[in-house]
Design a protein around this ligand. Structure first.
Ligand code: HEC
Ligand code: HEC
Ligand code: HEC
Ligand code: HEC
Ligand code: HEC
Ligand code: HEC
Ligand code: HEC
Length: 351
């Protein structure tokens, strides 16, 4: 290669490097211009002008981003900046700057995020995409009170903490109205009497559709064999709404790493007879059930009603106690995956 050729090659290299650097700069400038107009930035500047810093940390313009216990990115507080500021609780303070109401409890936004309870798209910085109201295409539509309670089921067993009364009422309605008979929530969900379809994903449909399914099943499925629940739900909008909240909750992803569900499940899988095999079917020890179902059904489930002396050993073939068998299907209304909550085992265990 001659010196001339080498010189020309160097010059070409320098020019292409310069062009690349210019292109990169242009991209940065474009991004900066766009960011300058971004709604979150506009809101933050207004926020800091209206409610100056005070002693709270982190009062600088910038995206607020958390990775939650479910490993999801949550940036809602980029606009909802006042959420944790006790001085901004006055209801006169406009959204999104107002502090959160009592519904937040002790849940830490940097651990739980906002969309775990509210739905919406936690990653989005555009208000329309972040809020994604029901009926819009969103990953999970943002839910309004009292439908926020559906979100509690991601982490809680319905009814294990206050604030989920409508969700729990919905679970009881699902059991009480006999939905489980045709729409069991186990093993793919399909089957039961009359082969009702799996309902674990149905909560993503809009509420009007679901209401019609319950009041006039033949409107959505001509010739439907599902009975109408007009009598039970038609004149009781609160019960109807609770049942819908419950159906919505079934469709939401569970966050076992964030809550108490896993714990309750492993307890469910402990055979009843480990503790109830004493004389007269009495359990020993100091444990007191917290299970909403066991407490409500205690008069029926009291082992001593039928096993006056001792609970029989579990049969070799693993036949279930008819009473426990009868109640077994109900457990998965609140305990995910509890298809077989009375496991088989050795002597004294449930067959
Ligand atoms: C780009 C800024 C921005 C982001 C990001 C954002 N919000 Fe908002 N949010 C607002 C504004 C502005 C309002 C008040 C005006 C309105 O209702 O749209 C609001 C209102 C709300 C309301 C009350 C709405 C009502 O009508 O009752 C809720 C609930 C809410 N946001 C939740 C969330 C959640 C959850 C996220 C994250 C998934 C989120 N927001 C992300 C700007 C934002
Ligand atoms: C533990 C569940 C939970 C979490 C986590 C949560 N919220 Fe809420 N949020 C609620 C409940 C319940 C209500 C209604 C009762 C109340 O206002 O306290 C509510 C109400 C609101 C409202 C008022 C809606 C209105 O129409 O007035 C806004 C805005 C809001 N939340 C935003 C957020 C943002 C932003 C985050 C994240 C920093 C968040 N929430 C985290 C449960 C939660
Ligand atoms: C992302 C998971 C998650 C979601 C969603 C969630 N919680 Fe919790 N919640 C927790 C955890 C974790 C605790 C602490 C549990 C413990 O200490 O055993 C808790 C505790 C609570 C407590 C006890 C007091 C407190 O605030 O610490 C209440 C009450 C409560 N949750 C209500 C609710 C309600 C109501 C909803 C729905 C609006 C909800 N939670 C949604 C994870 C969650
Ligand atoms: C006697 C059996 C039976 C009972 C009880 C029953 N269903 Fe159904 N359900 C069905 C069948 C079968 C279908 C499918 C539509 C058809 O072909 O009739 C269906 C369809 C549905 C659908 C629409 C599904 C879709 O894909 O659009 C919903 C929602 C639904 N049921 C909810 C419920 C709820 C909630 C209850 C309790 C209040 C309930 N069902 C009780 C048999 C039943
Ligand atoms: C870890 C031990 C343990 C296990 C496992 C257990 N129980 Fe209990 N259970 C108790 C104790 C302790 C009591 C209170 C003393 C009593 O009533 O004998 C109790 C009480 C009850 C009661 C009366 C309501 C109450 O809380 O006072 C019912 C009903 C009941 N158990 C059903 C069951 C069923 C069904 C299972 C299986 C799913 C089960 N238990 C598994 C320990 C246990
Ligand atoms: C309504 C009456 C009734 C109640 C209440 C009842 N059982 Fe049973 N159980 C039976 C009958 C009937 C059988 C089958 C005949 C037998 O083996 O005694 C049975 C069988 C069993 C067996 C043997 C299971 C098998 O088939 O291998 C166990 C273990 C058992 N029950 C545990 C319990 C426990 C624990 C409780 C309380 C949580 C309970 N039962 C409550 C009626 C009842
Ligand atoms: C209506 C909702 C609901 C239904 C249906 C339900 N449970 Fe529970 N269960 C709960 C709640 C709430 C807890 C408390 C969880 C906690 O505090 O962490 C619980 C806890 C438990 C526990 C842990 C020990 C205890 O009592 O605290 C066991 C065991 C249990 N349930 C068994 C069952 C069995 C077996 C069935 C079906 C026969 C059933 N559950 C049906 C709501 C329900």
């Amino acid at each position: 290669m001659s010196a001339n050729e080498r010189e020309r090659e160097h010059r070409l290299l320098r020019i292409s490097l310069l062009v690349a650097a210019c292109a990169l700069l242009c991209v940065f400038v474009l991004v900066a211009i766009r960011a300058g107009r971004a709604p979150w930035r506009v809101l933050q500047e207004r926020f800091f002008a209206l409610y100056p810093a005070g002693s709270e940390a982190g009062d600088t313009v910038g995206i607020r981003q958390y990775t939650t216990c479910a490993s999801e990115v949550d940036r809602c507080s980029s606009c909802h900046l006042g959420i944790g500021r006790s001085d901004l609780a006055d209801p006169g303070i406009p959204l999104p700057f107002r502090a959160h109401g009592p519904g937040l409890g002790n849940h830490l936004p940097d651990r739980i995020g906002c969309s775990a309870c509210h739905g919406g798209n936690g990653r989005a910085l555009d208000p329309v995409a972040a809020h994604a109201w029901a009926g819009r295409r969103g990953r999970d539509p943002l839910m309004r009170e009292p439908h926020i309670q559906a979100g509690c089921a991601r982490c809680h067993v319905p009814g294990d903490q206050p604030g989920q009364e409508r969700l729990e009422q919905g679970a009881w309605l699902y059991l009480g109205l006999g939905c489980m008979r045709c729409h069991p929530l186990t093993g793919g969900g399909r089957g039961g009497d009359d082969f009702g379809p799996d309902l674990t994903g149905i909560g993503r449909k809009d509420l009007a559709y679901l209401k019609t399914s319950l009041l006039e099943p033949t409107d959505n499925f001509p010739g439907s064999t599902m009975p109408s629940f007009r009598l039970a739900l038609g004149k009781d909008p609160e019960a109807m709404e609770s049942l819908l909240i419950y159906l919505e909750s079934l469709a939401l992803h569970r966050y076992p790493a964030c809550g108490t569900r896993g714990q309750a499940r492993s307890l469910v899988l402990r055979p009843c007879a480990t503790c109830h095999a004493g004389k007269g079917g009495h359990a020993s020890g100091r444990m007191k059930h917290r299970c909403a179902y066991l407490l409500k059904k205690a008069p029926e489930l009291r082992c001593a009603n039928c096993h006056a002396s001792v609970i029989p050993p579990a049969g070799r073939e693993g036949g279930y106690c008819p009473l426990l068998k009868q109640h077994r299907g109900a457990c998965c209304a609140c305990h995910d995956g509890a298809a077989n909550p009375f496991p088989r085992g050795g002597r004294g265990n449930m067959g």
